[in-house]
Write a protein that binds this ligand. Sequence first.
Ligand SMILES: [Ca+2]
Ligand SMILES: [Ca+2]
Ligand SMILES: [Ca+2]
Ligand SMILES: [Ca+2]
Length: 510
Amino acid sequence: MKKHFTLLSLLFAFSQANAQCNYRMNMDYNSTSALINVNGFFFRDMANGLGTYTPIKQSGLTTIFQSSFSISGKDINDQDHMSIITYDGSDFTCGPIAANYSDQNYTTNLSNRIWSVYRVEIDQHIQNWNTPSYIVPPSIQQWPGNGDVSNGMSSKLAPYTDANGNGTYDPENGDFPDIPGDQAMYLVMNDQNNNEFPSTSPMNVELHYMFYQFATADPLNRVTFANVKVYNKSQETYNDVKFNVFNDFDLGNYNDDYCGVDVPRNLVYVYNGDANDEANAGRPGFGANPPAMGMISLNHPLTSSVFPGTTIMPNPNAEFLNVINGKNPNGTAVTNNGTPTVFQYSDTSNTGYNEASLGNPPGDRRTFSSVSLGTLSPNSVKCMDFAWVFARKTTGTSLFKSVDSLMKVTDFVQNFYNNTNYCTDGTLQTETLQAGKFEIYPNPSNGVITCASNQKLESIEVWDMSGKLIREIQTNEKQTKIDLSQLNTGVYLIKLSTADETKIMPYYKQ
Ligand SMILES: [Ca+2]
Ligand SMILES: [Ca+2]
Ligand SMILES: [Ca+2]
Ligand SMILES: [Ca+2]
């Protein structure tokens, strides 16, 4: 909590577009609780000026005030474009890009919404959709699989499995949301229907966010993930596209923190600047043995990670762009003992380039960490995954002890991600064309089925609903016949993989 921001918030009114984006939901399926706002000021309780990211939800101890995402790129004339979020303003607003933002269906059903769905609901739906007494739950019925094309929206919004291959999301006929995690929350923002800062030139992009958590008995139980897809809905080709994550970590007491970046792990983190995180400004601290908190970029290397010193927030102009590119707000380089760097406090091997060794006074920290998306062509989609991680070590005396634990958690999460990731870049056109690209037939049937794709299949996996892998077949054909007649009657999931895509489809064994 920061009293000066509370005061600023009173002075700055949100634009009208953002004033309509007030929907929020708490994600707390595992041990961590975090408020998701449809306006993109993630984890922040706007009304009360408080951070809400709570790694141990019963504790009431929070570690992040706000996380938010900004993007920049150069058009073919080398002109800078960017859409950014500060503490008190945003170039983004809720909802997908549309032709008519006043359309009643849009304002009622599509803009000011977060869609939440649980894995267990999806599993039950896959097993039971064809049962006469079954009623599709609202979370699955209302999943925004298709945009309103007649209102200029993308034909596909939230990801889903088109089980019957008809190109339309119709859960009553067996389609279901495609989510990672045990609970997922999906929302869309755009920078076309809002341009808060006159000094920034919009890009006309849609950002699709999927926050997700796993409830497990391992370190994933204290992780929140975010999948982010950038849809270029403009006619412009952007080069040197950077995606920036702003994390205002407040580790309990916000006023005694240090931060750093672990470049090999693509991890930006906060730890306490002294051994005791005492209560401050009416909010509790973690006390002795304070924890560490961080964010990992899971599938794009960080290209810079800095925090702008005594500047509370860079101005929404060239200053912000400098910070996105790993510089100080005024455009000068961040330096380590006179040498320019874009990774501030990047010591992970006792080089001494860390806040503790430098003897910095502990204080309020906020970090700006960027990844490169390269070239963003019209109608292209870029896919990113991030994870917020937490660790606490209660033995030892080093200020870094919890950071050491955080690195181990990071390795665990990264390894898990590498084995499950299906985040791929693409284009809006092929997304539409890909409907029906994978097939299993006949389905339902007594076990002899053909798995088919319009590209060569590399592998076919058969899973039961308890998550057990039953059969794995390597192939190099567009069509492969397999015999599952020995399996018990019931529902199975079949995972078809080509060189660049994976699809999981239900199979009903009779
Ligand atoms: Ca369908
Ligand atoms: Ca602290
Ligand atoms: Ca302290
Ligand atoms: Ca802070």
